[in-house]
Design a protein around this ligand. Sequence first.
Ligand SMILES: C[S@@+](CC[C@H](N)C(=O)[O-])C[C@H]1O[C@@H](n2cnc3c(N)ncnc32)[C@H](O)[C@@H]1O
Length: 348
Amino acid sequence: MARVGAQPENLLERIAFRANLGPWPVVTSMFAPPAGRVLQVAARVGVFGELARGPVTAAQLADRLELREPGAKLLLDALAASEIVHERGGRYELERRARRWLDPDSDTSVLGFLADNAEYWAWWSQLEDLVRDGRSVAMHDRPPDDPYWRTYIRGQFELARLSAPEVARGLKLAQGATDVVDLAGGHGWFGARLCERHPDLRATVVDLPGSVAAAREIAAAEGYADRVAYVEGDVLTGDLGGPYDLALAFNIVHHLSPDQNVELLRRARAILRPGGSVAVLDLFTRPAGKRPDSSAYLGLFFHLTSGAETYSPAELAGWLAEVGFGTPRRVRVRAIPNQTLYQATARS
Ligand SMILES: C[S@@+](CC[C@H](N)C(=O)[O-])C[C@H]1O[C@@H](n2cnc3c(N)ncnc32)[C@H](O)[C@@H]1O
């Protein structure tokens, strides 16, 4: 792991922190937020694109990106503190291990996701409202022409690029399957990868208008527009079309209440052909008694941005049973930590 600017710097500091002599809560409170923000801003202003071309001085970077030099230099130093770049003789170079994720030309670049994370800053600033009064942000209620949809769906596409090959390999299709629907599928990349693997398959995405507009742009730019049909609609109330052999519900369950999830799965069940199945990819809560890990931040984030929750695999299994699916099969996905995929077949 790269440093996040929040760990002790040297042996003496480490010993002091182990012995509880240093104010470690101050270190987290003071340094963890800017460590993330520095990455997001560097992604937004184009720092990594320049660094990917070769080492630069702060003055060169400022000149090329039309930034102020003092700020550019301090931003680069902060990236060096997080071990994302290193500095030699006044020139800053991207760490080799960071290239995979931060070079815009890498197939596994997450720069768009980091740029989108900058939007989260305003939401996190409302955390106190959430814990005091239960007031959450409605992140999907923005108007369709809000530029936010572009950065949001681009970021989701980049994450999907990482896990889609494993997901496509792990999902089982009924014999002769021809249609998959991706409910709240955003960019549509999961369907596109499934179609690549199963050439007789057609993919349809149903999503909100702002998301669909952004997704069409991404699909055209990335060259998969011919493999996916996009339909504007609310998955809880709109026409889902059909029939289909497989329905995907990826990273949507955590945005919905339990009742809405039952409704979503009931609607998915209703549009499936006999022998069809539903697949749910999401973050689930850890088993009771296990100490929370970093997924606790995500649980809090989902609660903040949708008023919803993360749920347990048992809750999902209960909803599936309630609307007519069999026991879900767990499919291992390693590309994105914290995510789990379940697939359940409709009972006849
Ligand atoms: C976190 S993104 C996940 C996108 C994609 N499924 C994935 O896993 O990469 C959540 C998606 O749900 C969509 N969404 C949220 N509420 C929705 C609703 N009521 N009907 C349709 N889509 C919805 C959003 O527009 C967004 O595309």
